[in-house]
Ligand binder design. Structure first.
Ligand code: BES
Ligand code: ZN
Ligand code: ZN
Length: 499
């Protein structure tokens, strides 16, 4: 799908649908309605008289127009201008795009909204949001669904500028918005792909292909190399599976090393059965998405390479399939990790932390200033925060602050959970340096304490995306399934961090 900026008198344009946004505020509402009535549909006055549309948030009105070159007019309400936000605009744009798709309009014009008084963001940032909302909302994982040939569908979206001098800025916004949406969609596709398609080897191939295409480097360690290096967690968790593990290293922007290195670590469990501590059957299919952290890291690299972000970034992805079998790791086993520390496996379903332990200690090699890990780590985090906030824990307030702001801007919001000293004793082991489970309470926090045992000499933040990466219900521009969460958040973070 392509989005393009245009500026042109209305009479010169033809399209299958024209979408316009209106605030609910009386004066603003009257103004926009009057113009649209003249340009498109006199029937609009009846609709307004009948109170069929008043510009409330999420409200829509579809009318058939007297302008034969643009037969459909769609109004989308923005609510009160005082309460307006960039996220509401993303959602309104999504509503317009989805309606265009539903009615099989091949071309959709979205009128650039008059929102100067309501938003502090620039025309470029507004264009990013409009593009993201539209493109992300049109996503559907339909790779394995047989398609009817020649079915008419939405092909092009035009952002109609209010003035010619907006075009450059709108175009910049569209470009960035498209890069961000496509990278998020790449992550969603990896998440939604079945475990039979995406397993450690194919996940690594995918990362490698993205690296080649976008001009950054990728190194893949196979099982032998992983063993040689002493990454005992990766080896242990992968033992039960016929699929061999991989350890993926991405690197972008070496020339910016002098400004410090950020490492991104992503959990890449391509299927989590729980292993010998096997999970119940209900919803186990969701665990094909237990590599959402890895998907977010790969998507982020695609985006920062295309946006040419000026930062040195290293990506580390330990990838395994967690299966029960005669060769699987067992409760009671003790693992020696990359940094020499040992962990007691009390529950083989707490596998994510076992592979992340190796990756976090390996990260030290790159002398990073900041390490951020993303993982669908605990069901406990979903219990605590549901699907609307990522759990955040770490040892550096400045990083967490920047992530919080990036989360508000992108609406991939994060919420800090405490790392009070008292929690640490819950993962004490009698037989090893640490135990991989901490009992019934505060599961998201004890998981973070486990990870903390393996960090090196750097500042670190852990993002538990178990709830935000895997959606059970549609969200405004995110259909249920893999959300691609983390991509827009991390790109924004990298752009803001020590700018
Ligand atoms: N991958 C799961 C966590 C998860 C659960 C992600 C639900 C998304 C949705 C993880 O490996 C796991 O199984 N964690 C266990 C830990 C427990 C055994 C300490 C959990 O959360 O139950
Ligand atoms: Zn598990
Ligand atoms: Zn898992």
């Amino acid at each position: 799908m392509k989005v393009t900026a245009i500026h042109s008198p209305l009479k010169k344009i033809s399209a299958d649908m024209y979408a316009a946004f209106t605030f609910q505020d009386a004066e603003l509402f009257k103004q926009s309605i009057k113009q649209l009535q003249d340009d498109f549909a006199s029937a609009l006055s009846d609709a307004i008289l009948l109170k069929d549309f008043s510009g409330k948030e999420n409200e829509t009105l579809l009318l058939y127009s007297h302008n034969k070159k643009i037969p459909r007019l769609l109004l989308v309400g923005l609510g009160e201008s005082e309460k307006f936000t960039l996220e509401k605009l993303r959602r309104a744009s999504a509503t317009a795009a989805k309606q265009g798709k539903k009615l099989k309009s091949a071309t959709l014009i979205i009128q650039f909204p008059e929102v100067k008084h309501a938003l502090k963001e620039s025309v470029e940032e507004i264009s990013v949001a409009l593009t993201e909302g539209a493109l992300l909302s049109l996503y559907k994982y339909d790779k394995y669904i047989s398609k009817e040939k020649n079915e008419k569908q939405l092909q092009k979206i035009f952002l109609l500028a209010l003035a010619q001098n907006q075009i450059t800025e709108i175009t910049k916004g569209i470009t960035a918005g498209t890069i961000l949406a496509e990278a998020t969609i790449h992550a969603r596709n990896l998440q939604n792909a079945p475990g039979s398609e995406i397993f450690p080897e194919t996940l690594a191939n995918n990362a490698y292909a993205v690296a080649r295409k976008n001009g950054f480097s990728a190194t893949i360690f196979d099982k032998r190399k992983i063993q040689q290096l002493g990454m005992g967690g990766v080896i242990a968790v992968s033992k039960g599976s016929e699929k061999e593990p991989r350890f993926i290293i991405l690197e972008y922007g070496k020339q910016f090393k002098n400004k410090g290195t950020v490492a991104l670590v992503g959990k890449g469990v391509t299927f989590d059965t729980g292993g010998i501590s096997i999970k119940p059957a209900a919803n186990m299919a969701e665990m094909k998405m237990d590599m959402s952290g890895a998907a977010a890291v790969i998507g982020t690299f695609q985006a920062i390479a295309q946006l040419k972000v000026k930062k040195h970034v290293v990506g580390l992805i330990p990838s395994v399939e967690n299966m029960p079998s005669g060769s699987a790791v067992k409760p009671g086993d003790i693992i020696r990790h990359y940094n020499g520390k040992t962990s007691e496996v009390d529950n083989t379903d707490a596998e994510g932390r076992l592979i992340l332990a190796d990756a976090l200690s390996y990260a030290e090699k790159f002398k990073p200033e900041v390490v951020i890990d993303l993982a669908t780590l605990t069901g406990a985090c979903v219990v605590a925060l549901g699907h609307y906030a990522t759990g955040m824990m770490g040892n550096d307030d400045q990083i967490m602050d920047t992530l919080t702001k990036a989360g508000e801007k992108t609406y991939e919001r994060v919420w800090q959970l405490p790392m009070f000293d008292e929690y640490e004793k819950l993962i004490k082991s009698d037989v090893a340096d640490v135990k991989n489970v901490g009992g019934r309470w505060a599961g998201a926090i004890t998981a973070a304490f486990f990870l903390k045992k393996f960090i090196g000499n750097y500042q670190w933040v852990h993002l538990d995306i178990a709830g935000t990466a895997i959606l059970e219900e549609d969200q405004p521009y995110t259909p249920k399934g893999g959300s691609g969460v983390g991509v827009r958040l991390l790109v924004e973070f990298l752009q803001q961090w020590k700018k």
